[in-house]
Design a protein around this ligand. Structure first.
Ligand code: NI
Ligand code: MN
Length: 225
């Protein structure tokens, strides 16, 4: 799996020939201004929850690429009503897609669309393929439910929000890493706007102090697991 950071909470996961875009928020993010939406060709678009900083570019990308939208029932319904393709899931359920297995797991957050309509309950994803497993937390607080993931998956990487205020901060992400039994963390959802600015060097050092790895990369940079 190749994981490219596209700014804020947006990711591209490449598995074999498939491109999976998670939570596309690019056209509204000045820190992702070098990314051209037209260059992205997602076969699937995974959405953790309905907030604008996770859904802004879903419609455009899905229309251009005939992508299948994967999210909770309410979010998929919302986009199906606009004529887009979708695969609805709900918490605790998993499905085998062409690119691999996806489980929709709990998150503690909210999930209302920008116009106030119902975006169901927020979630995260565990994606597994070829004995590799990746957890994408979405926007969430630290939660004991993360222990359940460690009971079922041996994670190679966990992608956790570290920006605080709207989600857990990096100190809670260290505890999340314990719950998940995964010491390799890619941090996201930080520094995009004022309320989630962090001291990156301090975050990395806090992880080092407890012999864990916090990876922070710039938009368009990638890591492979
Ligand atoms: Ni949110
Ligand atoms: Mn968010």
């Amino acid at each position: 799996m190749k994981i490219t950071f596209l700014g804020h909470a947006t990711l591209e996961i490449k598995i074999n020939e498939y491109s999976i875009i998670v939570d596309p928020f690019i056209s509204g993010n000045p820190m992702a201004s070098e990314i051209n939406l037209d260059d992205l060709k997602p076969d699937f678009i995974l959405i953790t929850h309905a907030h604008q900083d996770h859904t802004l570019d879903v419609e455009k990308l899905a229309k251009q690429n005939d992508s299948v939208i994967v999210s909770n029932f309410e979010i998929v319904n919302h986009f199906q009503n606009k004529g887009l393709k979708g695969h609805p899931m709900n918490h605790g359920g998993k499905w085998n897609f062409d690119f691999g297995e996806v489980k929709y797991v709990n998150a503690i957050h909210t999930s209302t669309f920008p116009d106030g309509s119902n975006g169901g309950q927020p979630g995260g994803f565990v994606i597994s393929k070829n004995n590799k497993s990746l957890y994408i937390a979405g926007d969430t607080a630290l939660t004991y439910d993360m222990k359940l993931i460690a009971l079922q998956y041996k994670l190679d990487l966990a992608i956790l929000p570290i920006g605080d205020n709207f989600t857990m901060g990096y100190k809670d992400a260290i505890i999340a890493s314990d719950f998940l039994k995964c010491n390799k963390i890619l941090g996201y959802h930080f520094d995009t706007f004022g309320l989630i600015e962090i001291d990156q060097a301090d975050a990395i050092n806090e992880f080092k102090r407890v012999k864990k790895e916090l990876i922070i990369i710039k938009p368009m940079e990638h890591i492979t697991i």
